[in-house]
Design a binder for this molecule. Structure first.
Ligand code: NAP
Length: 367
């Protein structure tokens, strides 16, 4: 058997909560090798083990000694760049990398809603990656930017995608219970969150309300037509370490019975080509029958943090159905989702399997 070399990749914002999740997700990855880490001036020039306050598990030895680089395309050379940057800086930095010919997989909000930028959860709308051809045409970048969704929007979109495909979702009320790790590190002060619930997360509700339509929208001829769904979101911070839980009340064009909804959720496999990728969970969705699941403590590690668990599917008194969905915000909702996007691009030939070079001609619909 011939051995295939791994593609060098970099993480921008590598010292933060999501950056560290990238380091864990990329450890021993079969296709990618983490070759460079970058962060703010505060960290530049330090070795990673000194710059990052390592939060979870064992820091991989081959990353511990990497010297933290500035977030510029001259300093960071990898063809694939995972960005865990704060949104205050992500816009300018990610555009500079895309202009310099790199594939940027971003977790920040800056480009998510741009018409020519794919906002992708691979199982839900992997076909939206085709938008990259339009992005290149419009922007003339040698590289490209692909984004993944807000972490709560990710949970909601994954739970609703099968139901939307089958019955057309029209209205959603989403009440979130979001983990503290969603606020980064050091995040929310302990005296604000211990034994408490904070009924406000800055800028979160508008992200949930706008991103869902794009995520569940249809791609055709270089355009996404957003799904016509009215969303009302209540975002709450709760004293949970990892795992965003969302209570959903949903209205449909054709209301399913509870049994029909459960059948559709159980049968859902998601976008073809995702199953079997290195970071893909064994099941795109896990449906629990127990009346008290999903729970972050019991279910957050489903599919090595990449699973989305749903339960409590029942009839509703105001709209049609109620259900609860939960997933790991830092893995499924951030770093793991980004790595899965990159894997899908490699598997579909849009990124060269050995060099990491972009080959946009491999996208469906390109001449
Ligand atoms: P975080 O823990 O605060 O980390 C922020 C990272 O950005 C750090 O590595 C920091 O480096 C770097 N940074 C800050 N200012 C910079 C600058 N001027 N130049 C270069 N690097 C700079 O935040 P996080 O939770 O990891 O979130 C990162 C991004 O992911 C955000 O855009 C967030 O909205 C998004 N996101 C987070 C989650 C989640 O669950 N946490 C989920 C989805 C998306 P230093 O350590 O050197 O300061």
């Amino acid at each position: 058997m011939t051995s295939v070399s791994r593609i060098p990749v970099a993480v921008l914002g590598a010292t933060g909560a999501v950056g560290q999740a990238f380091v864990r997700q990329l450890a021993d990855h079969p296709w990618f090798v983490l070759a460079e880490v970058a962060a703010s001036e505060r960290s530049v020039g330090k070795v990673y083990r000194d710059a990052a306050r390592w939060l979870e598990g064992t820091l991989p030895a081959d990353v511990a000694g990497l010297v933290v680089q500035p977030c510029t395309p001259d300093s960071v050379r990898a063809p694939i760049v995972f960005s865990a940057l704060d949104s205050g800086v992500a816009g300018e930095v990610e555009a500079a990398f895309a202009q310099a010919g790199r594939l940027v997989l971003s977790n920040a909000k800056n480009f998510r809603m741009h018409d020519d930028v794919p906002l992708v959860i691979p199982e839900v709308n992997g076909d939206h990656l085709a938008l990259l051809a339009r992005q290149q045409e419009l922007r003339g970048w040698a590289g490209a930017i692909v984004t993944n969704a807000n972490c709560a929007a990710t949970v909601i979109a994954a739970a609703l995608a099968p139901l939307h495909e089958a019955f057309t979702v029209t209205k959603v009320v989403a009440v979130t219970m979001q983990a503290v790790s969603g606020a980064g590190y050091p995040g929310v002060p302990s005296l604000d969150i211990l034994g408490n619930v904070i009924p406000y997360i800055g800028d979160e509700e508008p992200k949930i309300e706008t991103e869902l339509g794009k995520l569940l929208g249809r791609y055709a001829n270089g355009t996404i037509t957003p799904a016509a769904i009215t969303v009302s979101a209540h975002a709450n911070r709760v004293p949970v370490e990892h795992g965003h839980t969302v209570c959903l009340t949903v209205g449909f064009e054709r209301a399913p019975s509870v049994a029909e909804a459960l059948d559709v959720l159980r049968a859902w496999r998601g976008h073809a080509g995702v199953a079997g990728l290195p970071s893909a969970p064994a099941s795109a969705l896990t449906v629990r029958d127990e009346p008290d699941r999903p729970q972050p403590r019991r279910d957050v590690q489903e599919g090595r943090g990449m699973g989305v668990t749903v339960g409590r599917v029942r009839a509703d008194t105001l709209l049609d159905l109620r259900l609860v969905a939960m997933a790991h915000n830092v893995v499924r909702g951030a770093a793991g989702g980004s790595v899965l996007n990159a894997e899908l691009l490699v598997a579909s030939g849009v990124v060269h399997r050995e060099t990491g070079a972009l080959q946009l001609g491999a996208l469906p619909g390109t001449p």
